[in-house]
Write a protein of this length. Structure first.
Length: 67
């Protein structure tokens, strides 16, 4: 885990022509994190409170930005 590995930046704009150069950087996990969790299986999150829009399957007003 001490060897530098490629890590993809979060929140970057996808540009195929510069993807590798601008969105990835070398990182050492132990230097960056106190713990690393790995999940073999995941599922989509659901809101704690279901609104009428959620039940109707409508995208939120802020879609696709989520703010």
């Amino acid at each position: 885990m001490r060897d530098p590995r490629l890590e993809r930046a979060i929140g970057v704009i996808y540009r195929p022509e510069t993807e590798r150069l601008s969105h990835y950087f070398k990182a050492r996990l132990p230097d960056q994190f106190d713990a690393v969790l790995h999940f073999d299986e995941t599922r989509a999150v659901k809101p704690l409170e279901h609104s009428a829009e959620w039940e109707a399957g409508e995208p939120p007003e802020t879609f696709p930005f989520g703010v």
